[in-house]
Write a protein that binds this ligand. Structure first.
Ligand SMILES: [Zn+2]
Length: 145
């Protein structure tokens, strides 16, 4: 767990349909929404374009993915940008869906599309826990032994 003294990003609001996702984040588990008819996964939670809301379930994601795209924010126009060089990213999860997130700890690293990333969880000021990502080889080397 990475405690961070920052407010929630403006668009992160827990609601009823997403509550299992946010509860799982508190346990450091990443959930995605999956259609049980076609097995496609989605995030944010919503409905399958082919099958609507019928038979959707939450499943545990691997927490792995690849860097799909990103932008580096140098201007700290929000208090939620706590890093010197905030990287707002889109990660393509191993299960398929794209997830908007932050890539943390990448200062000074040349980013490339397709770099492997892994989820980590930040506890933020309001007691919410949000999933963010870091480069996978970086998370392996920083893991406790
Ligand atoms: Zn479906």
């Amino acid at each position: 767990m990475i405690p961070v003294d920052r407010p929630l990003p403006g668009d992160v609001v827990e609601d009823a349909i997403d509550q299992p996702f946010w509860d799982a984040c508190r346990d450091h588990v990443l959930l995605i929404y999956r259609c049980r008819i076609c097995a496609e996964s989605f995030w944010p939670a919503g409905c399958c374009p082919q099958h609507g809301m019928q038979d959707m379930i939450w499943v545990t994601a691997s927490g792995g993915g690849t860097l799909h795209t990103w932008t580096v924010v140098h201007q700290k126009y929000s208090k939620s940008f706590t890093e010197e060089r905030t990287v707002v990213a889109v990660v393509k999860l191993d299960e398929g869906p794209l997830m908007h997130t932050n890539l943390i700890g990448s200062n000074g690293i040349d980013l490339q599309v397709g770099l492997p990333v892994g989820v980590v969880f930040q506890t933020i000021a309001s007691e919410s826990v949000i999933p963010v990502f870091q480069l996978r080889n970086q998370s392996e080397t920083s893991a406790p032994r």
